[in-house]
Write a protein of this length. Structure first.
Length: 487
């Protein structure tokens, strides 16, 4: 008998073993603050797109352990105390979660999710939050880059069959829509997220008929509003395009040529072939016929094909988007930044490393995005402590986070806080937008950034600074927790 999935068990074992120690050591009543952030943008790019918040909300709302779960843990892990297992049996998340909106453009070191919760609970949810954010944000970023290359053309997610499993295909499709795709071939995504699935035809469909034209005619009969014909099964120009024109002529004569119609190419020299097909269609009087293309596309190949003058209206992007082919993982991390005693006493926490990029920022923090008042373009982000307020009427000096000699002064700006409250004391206080709203929000967000931050090759580094107050606390913490080294 197949066992159902149990998201509450989708964690690393050391999260549970740590919780057991917290419980029996008397640390359960401490409150902890954790930050989820990325250390590096994927694809050697200049930005990342945040996605996955809706699934985090679902996970937190349904986080509980059944009797079956407890029995399994008791049987297989005798080191787990009865006290801790009973705690898990009665578990209900009681913390606060703040996060940036899905679709927001984010940058390294920024606390895109902030968790403040009982230590046991904040630790327990780490793995699941990371796997959700790392996967969906990676695919959403890739899709956003593809959208930039495609411009106003239609882009469809065709990646289901190449995804790393059905779940990756489902949530990858969701992330692709957030990043800018117009649709997906994934039918389960239609059920789960309300995205109407789209598609054309496969080579096997054509091969099932005695000839190509008969296959085209049968398809058109039962798909009158979406007559997109695959024309590279035998010979793209001599057979596929000719038979497509023959059918379009027939349908037009019968008054049945309506809705979207055109062809798809899945192989060959797409620049050359689509230009030739476009010539053939225009000469035959089918200027409204659309030409779509697939075949291992990504943002670079799309940009190159457009530069060559390829006549492509719709792009079906599969493998290289759904698998994030050139960057297989997003290195999101989850680090403690503060711990609070039962009496409310706060203690800063940070990771110190010989690698400056792995040194974390202490304290309970938030993010401000700073916009130029004249252009409404984003100029920089500033990470501050949660109780800090920016005075928009005073010039603001910002520094490079690792090279403080690099400085800028902003004097014509306005600020927007990026973190929003999602859960308060375990209660959901956030209304999740639908996927179209998230996608539209991302598109509008992207429009507030200068092109140099969005481009694919050698993008400019967007400035992310920390406040003077946070910098002083960080510097003092390092001084107190490191020994002088002999040179």
């Amino acid at each position: 008998m197949e066992k159902i999935r149990k998201p509450q068990l989708a964690t690393d074992y050391y999260q549970l073993s740590a919780g057991n120690v917290y419980k029996i050591s008397g640390l359960e009543n401490k409150t902890a603050v954790f930050d989820l952030f990325i250390r590096k943008n994927p694809f050697e790019g200049g930005y990342t797109v945040f996605a996955g918040l809706e699934q985090i909300i679902e996970y937190i709302q349904n986080l509980s352990f059944s009797g079956e779960d407890i029995d399994m843990l008791r049987k297989n892990h005798p080191e787990m105390s009865d006290e801790y297992l009973e705690y898990l049996r009665e578990l209900k998340f009681e913390g606060d979660i703040h996060a940036v909106r899905e679709g927001t453009i984010i940058f390294p070191q920024e606390p895109i999710i902030r968790i403040k919760a009982p230590l046991i609970q904040a630790q327990l949810i780490e793995t699941s939050l990371l796997t959700i954010v790392n996967h969906q944000s990676l695919i959403a970023t890739k899709a956003s880059r593809v959208r930039t290359s495609a411009g106003s053309d239609v882009v469809l997610d065709f990646g289901m069959r190449r995804a790393h499993g059905m779940e990756a295909g489902l949530y990858g499709a969701r992330a692709a829509i957030i990043g800018g795709c117009n649709g997906t071939s994934n039918v389960e995504a239609e059920y789960r997220f309300g995205i109407v699935s789209k598609g054309t035809m496969q080579h096997a469909f054509i091969m099932s008929f005695k000839d190509e034209y008969e296959a085209f005619e049968a398809f058109a009969k039962y798909n009158p509003n979406n007559v997109i014909l695959l024309i590279d099964t035998y010979d793209t120009l001599a057979s596929g395009a000719v038979n497509a024109i023959r059918l379009f002529d027939k349908l037009q004569k019968e008054g049945k040529l309506k809705g979207t119609y055109g062809v798809r190419l899945d192989s060959g020299d797409l620049a050359y072939l689509t230009k030739k097909v476009r010539e053939m269609f225009d000469k035959a009087g089918h200027k409204n016929a659309k030409i779509s293309a697939s075949s291992d596309l990504d943002e670079f190949l799309i940009a190159d094909l457009k530069a060559q003058g390829a006549k492509i209206d719709m792009w079906g992007v599969g493998t290289k988007m759904i698998t994030a082919y050139d960057c297989p993982a997003l290195g999101g991390v989850y680090k403690m930044s503060e711990i609070i005693d039962e009496d409310g006493t706060k203690h800063y926490r940070m990771k110190i490393s010989d690698d400056p990029f792995k040194i974390t920022n202490p304290g309970c923090k938030k993010i401000y995005r700073l916009y130029n008042k004249s252009t409404n373009k984003a100029e920089a982000d500033l990470i501050t402590l949660d109780d800090e307020v920016i005075d928009e009427n005073k010039p603001l000096k910002i520094y490079h986070p690792f090279f403080s000699f690099k400085q800028r002064v902003l004097d014509n700006f306005y600020a927007k806080e990026l973190l929003e409250c999602i859960f308060e004391k375990g209660k959901l206080v956030y209304d999740s937008p639908d996927i179209k709203e998230i996608s539209d929000y991302h598109a509008s967000e992207k429009g507030t950034f200068w092109e140099e931050y969005i481009r694919f090759i050698n993008p400019s580094e967007y400035h992310v600074d920390i406040s003077d107050k946070l910098y002083d606390i960080k510097k003092q913490f390092i001084k107190e927790h490191t020994k002088k080294q002999r040179i």
